[in-house]
Design a protein around this ligand. Structure first.
Ligand code: HEC
Ligand code: HEC
Ligand code: HEC
Ligand code: HEC
Ligand code: HEC
Ligand code: HEC
Length: 323
């Protein structure tokens, strides 16, 4: 997450791709980098609009989107880089086919509210007195974004709870607050998805706290099912063992369940906890690779990426995506 926002000169994608192009109708898009700066350029054959890129959003695990200034406005580039195609395509949600005019074709005006949100989730200390400040901004989700002291609106409330210390330890949060409010401040918890039109459609697969919360039979308050049970936020996804079966077997282990039954007579607090912690429900289908079936991959249209559905469930063939 440290690379969620980058200066163009620090973006590995831009460094290794000195010229990227994309064509739609008469419009030709080009992103050209020379090591010191990157330029976002669109031409319709007659006129050309080009602007230096201010920031690259995303470490390109999925995609990277470019933001630049034009005529005093911040614009989100209509085209983004996608890792799986190693090239440019329409930015998710921004496709205009064909675009009506050069300025519309270049980028989408992200009004001040929206830009504030983009930089707050992808950067640190983006706001001063509620206003977007690009100068003191620390690109990426830095230590401070999660451990304070921060100016971030989303985290500010949570940080107050650790007011006596300058360093906030998220370990002190209860399980539900950690997943839904702390990680959910950026990854979007159940409350923020509930107010979205159509609950965000299939795109809500990107809102892992919401998906996890609605997993049938799963208690969002159980610390064995928080975000940090499977993810270490200090490591890149590739360095984690998020998909390990042990994350499921900690509860769904018939072996442990049998053991628990033996201790049923002993009603000490410890035994009760053990009883509650292991289930006799055994998968009738397989004994390993649990998440490959129960957390299926779902393609978000236009993203060139299959996200992991965090709504843990039995997937029946032909069943529609549950919202
Ligand atoms: C301040 C906003 C913010 C908070 C808080 C936050 N994330 Fe993220 N997270 C992001 C952004 C933005 C990305 C996209 C990353 C990128 O492009 O590098 C991301 C990406 C990720 C990824 C994908 C990893 C990767 O390397 O691409 C995981 C897993 C993740 N976050 C888990 C968590 C967990 C667990 C928590 C809570 C402990 C959390 N995040 C809290 C903003 C946040
Ligand atoms: C509410 C917080 C939030 C806001 C606002 C937000 N993002 Fe993100 N963004 C995330 C999180 C969390 C992820 C990682 C999970 C995912 O890919 O959906 C992410 C992922 C991305 C990715 C893919 C990153 C990768 O590693 O592949 C891009 C590109 C991106 N965002 C661009 C933007 C842009 C541009 C804006 C503003 C127009 C924006 N985001 C607004 C939280 C946010
Ligand atoms: C996306 C949010 C996020 C970011 C960014 C982040 N941390 Fe953490 N950090 C956490 C969470 C959540 C925990 C608690 C993990 C747990 O429950 O075991 C934690 C725990 C820690 C701990 C252990 C505290 C303890 O009591 O065991 C240290 C040390 C730490 N972080 C340092 C850092 C440093 C240094 C950075 C920047 C390089 C950083 N963190 C960035 C979320 C984050
Ligand atoms: C039971 C384990 C588990 C839990 C709990 C879990 N995740 Fe994941 N998560 C995964 C797996 C597995 C992947 C896919 C990893 C890969 O592709 O390498 C993943 C992927 C992700 C990604 C990358 C985008 C994608 O869809 O591949 C993000 C972001 C993420 N998780 C955030 C979260 C957040 C936030 C929470 C808490 C609400 C959470 N996860 C809880 C297992 C888990
Ligand atoms: C914190 C304990 C816990 C963890 C961790 C956990 N589960 Fe569950 N799971 C439950 C409980 C409780 C139920 C409710 C049904 C029951 O009593 O067996 C359940 C139900 C289920 C169901 C049936 C859902 C339905 O729609 O009927 C499936 C499938 C499942 N879990 C798979 C998994 C997988 C796969 C993982 C790992 C990604 C996992 N679970 C992790 C506690 C857990
Ligand atoms: C090949 C796909 C697949 C894999 C891998 C898999 N499951 Fe299942 N699982 C299923 C299907 C399908 C069902 C529904 C069976 C039925 O009701 O007909 C199911 C049912 C379940 C149930 C509900 C059982 C009940 O009696 O209600 C649980 C719990 C479960 N699986 C957990 C797991 C765990 C834990 C793992 C990993 C150790 C796992 N599954 C691996 C496909 C799979």
């Amino acid at each position: 997450m440290a690379h969620a926002l980058q200066k163009p000169s620090e973006s590995p994608v831009l460094k290794t791709h000195p010229r990227m192009t994309f064509r739609s109708g008469q419009f030709l898009y080009e992103i050209v980098s020379d090591g010191t700066q990157s330029v976002y350029r669109v031409t319709d054959g007659k006129e050309t609009l080009d602007e230096p890129i201010l920031y690259a959003f995303g470490n390109a695990h999925v995609a990277q989107t470019y933001v630049f200034r034009h005529g005093g406005k911040l614009l989100e580039g209509r085209v983004s880089y996608y890792a799986s195609i190693d090239g440019l395509d329409w930015t998710v949600g921004d496709a205009l086919d064909p675009p009506p005019d050069l300025e519309e074709a270049a980028g989408r005006d992200i009004d001040s509210d929206e830009a504030r949100n983009c930089f707050s989730c992808h950067g640190t200390a983006a706001l001063a007195n509620g206003r977007l400040q690009l100068d003191p901004l620390i690109p990426g989700v830095s230590c401070e974004a999660c451990h304070g002291p921060g100016q971030k609106h989303a985290m500010a409330k949570l940080l107050e709870t650790g007011a006596d210390s300058m360093i906030f330890n998220p370990k002190t949060l209860d399980a539900e607050t950690l997943s839904q409010e702390f990680c959910g401040a950026c990854h979007r918890g159940v409350d923020s998805v509930a107010v979205m039109p159509d609950l965000g459609g299939v795109s809500n697969v990107r809102f892992q706290p919401y998906r996890l919360f609605n997993s049938r039979g799963h208690d969002a308050k159980d610390p064995r099912l928080t975000c940090t049970a499977c993810h270490d936020p200090h490591l890149n996804l590739g360095q984690q063992d998020a998909g390990n079966d042990s994350h499921c077997k900690i509860c769904h282990d018939p072996g442990t369940a049998a053991q628990t039954r033996h201790t049923k007579q002993d009603k000490s607090a410890g035994a009760k906890r053990r009883e509650a912690s292991s289930l006799s429900t055994k998968c009738p289908v397989a004994g390993d690779k649990c998440m490959s079936c129960h957390m299926p991959k779902v393609e978000v249209p236009g993203s060139h990426f299959q996200f992991t559905d965090h709504r843990i469930r039995i997937v029946r063939p032909g069943e529609p995506y549950p919202y």
